[in-house]
Design a protein around this ligand. Structure first.
Ligand code: SF4
Length: 483
């Protein structure tokens, strides 16, 4: 697509909006693929012209008082895109990763959740079901925030290894087959970093509220490696005072009774067991080396251990998976009654083997995914789950969302605090991105580790520099009384 901007610099926003209607579009002035968009801002008027394969549509919007150019561009783009393609994105003009953020801003300005949801319908063309989802998430978020320790941090430990690589994977993860021999040196480096960082936090009297080990697939590690690493956390953090200790066990083909026992012995109280689907044909197609039956066995095994919360992940829109298979997966999982259920809309990033341009070919299309998510919302509500967190990723089918559902008060605090940027996060391991939030002017500072595990293992000096920088920011925030 050729994109022309006049009178403003909202390129990223325009690209994101264009992807709502042309999901496989690339952006280049050099290549003519028959797609063109022009976004003009003149005083308080926005006009959008879209051309696709010879058809042209234009739309104009006046900025409301106090509105940003981006908001007006969003509305005009939405109207032109809808008229040209017939696609009506359910989230309307809300393109950010946290659609509920807009509702929170409106509530902070004095509106009730219901009034704020109404405003989304009027100003952002959001469908009522999505606006109500935002309102529901914020209601649940309020309860999680009542427990937030603003002086505290959450810890993330990253394990970037998986048994094999799933075809849709967009994470930095390495298959055990190719890179498994490096796991012992990785664990050693991670233990060294964990030891040094937790000691520094303890010395600075910064409490840890939640710990989350994710991946990759953490249970790729042996029971001994898991035990060693998690026990180490307990040497520096009072496990009894933690509000949550999660290990995203992940793939059923890596989970054994021995590993579950190791997690229990180290104080882990929340795990994930993730089939993504219970359809064996789909599992085979996406390169997961386990069957639905193995998932069920693994789930039942995990239930024999005293974890307080088990989460199960599903993905809507997996390549070639019919809507009926998703519905079956959903009801299979609900029948198991896990405390948490997370439903993702398939997101494909550049790193995925399955390319984004294949999306239209390999899925039934965004409308089907929309239906799958609607079914998930209805079925979870009928079975006493409530939505408690919500986020989106770029390149998600139909620009749709990932939603965490919980029964009772079992919502994952880590997910709420970190996704909502309510708490500082200390991320350990390759690719870790630590964040200090709520600095003057609402600023957020990030500290990035090396992404690749080889560089992470080799460059201990960078880890020490990062630790110093992070500790400095954490202490600064606390001494400046910004909590
Ligand atoms: S289990 Fe998750 S992180 Fe690992 S390859 Fe599959 S999608 Fe990627």
């Amino acid at each position: 697509m050729r994109l022309e901007l006049r009178g403003h610099g909202e390129r990223y926003l325009c690209e994101t909006l264009a992807l709502l209607f042309f999901p496989a579009a690339g952006f280049s002035d050099a290549v003519d693929d028959g797609l063109y968009a022009r976004a003009t801002l003149q005083e308080d008027t926005v006009s959008i012209t879209l051309r696709a394969h010879g058809r042209v549509v234009a739309a104009e919007e006046l900025l409301h008082p106090g509105e940003t150019a981006g908001e007006g561009i969003g509305r005009a783009f939405f109207r032109a895109g809808w008229a040209l393609t017939g696609i009506k994105p359910p989230w309307g003009t809300l393109t950010g990763i946290r659609p509920a953020k807009k509702v929170r801003q409106l509530m902070d300005a004095g509106l009730t959740a219901e009034e704020a949801a109404h405003r989304l319908l009027r100003d952002c063309y959001t469908e009522p079901a999505k606006a109500m989802l935002c309102a529901g998430v914020l209601e649940s978020e309020e309860r999680a925030l009542a427990r937030l320790n603003r002086k505290g941090v959450s810890i993330y430990l990253g394990i970037p290894f998986c048994p094999t690589r799933c075809s849709y994977c967009s994470f930095v993860s390495h298959s055990v087959e190719k890179e498994g021999r490096f796991i012992p040196s990785y664990v050693e480096a991670l233990m060294e970093e964990t030891r040094a960082t937790l000691a520094a936090l303890r010395e600075a009297e910064i409490p840890v509220q939640t710990v989350y080990m994710g991946g990759g697939t953490p249970t790729t590690l042996t029971a001994e490696q898991l035990h060693g690493l998690l026990k180490l956390v307990g040497e520096y953090v009072d496990i009894g005072s933690l509000d949550e200790f999660t290990v995203e066990a992940g793939r059923p083909d890596t989970i054994t009774a021995e590993k579950l026992q190791a997690l229990i012995e180290c104080g882990v109280d929340r795990i994930s067991v993730n089939p993504q689907t219970t359809d064996n044909d789909t599992l085979l197609r996406i390169g997961r080396t386990h069957t639905a039956e193995e998932f069920f066995d693994c789930y039942h095994l995990a239930r024999t251990f005293p974890f307080q919360v088990i989460n199960v992940d599903l993905i809507a829109g997996l390549p070639g998976e019919p809507v009926a298979a998703f519905h079956k997966s959903l009801h299979d999982v609900i029948d198991l009654a896990p405390e948490n259920l997370t439903v993702h809309a398939l997101s494909l990033k550049r790193a995925a083997r399955l390319e984004y341009k294949d999306m239209e070919r390999t899925s039934r299309g965004a409308r089907d995914i929309f239906d799958m998510l609607e079914e998930a919302a209805a079925a979870t509500a009928e079975n006493n789950y409530h939505p408690y967190y919500l986020y989106r990723q770029r390149n998600t089918l139909g620009n749709l969302e990932n939603v965490g559902y919980a029964r009772g008060e079992t919502q994952c605090l880590y997910n709420v605090y970190i996704m909502g940027e309510y708490q500082d996060i200390v991320a350990l391991g390759a690719g870790g991105v630590s964040k200090v939030v709520g600095l003057p002017g609402g600023r957020i500072e990030r500290v990035f580790h090396n992404k690749h595990f080889h560089e992470y293992i080799a460059d201990r000096e960078k880890l020490a520099i990062n630790r110093e920088k992070l500790l400095h920011l954490l202490k600064l925030k606390r001494s400046a009384n910004l909590l």
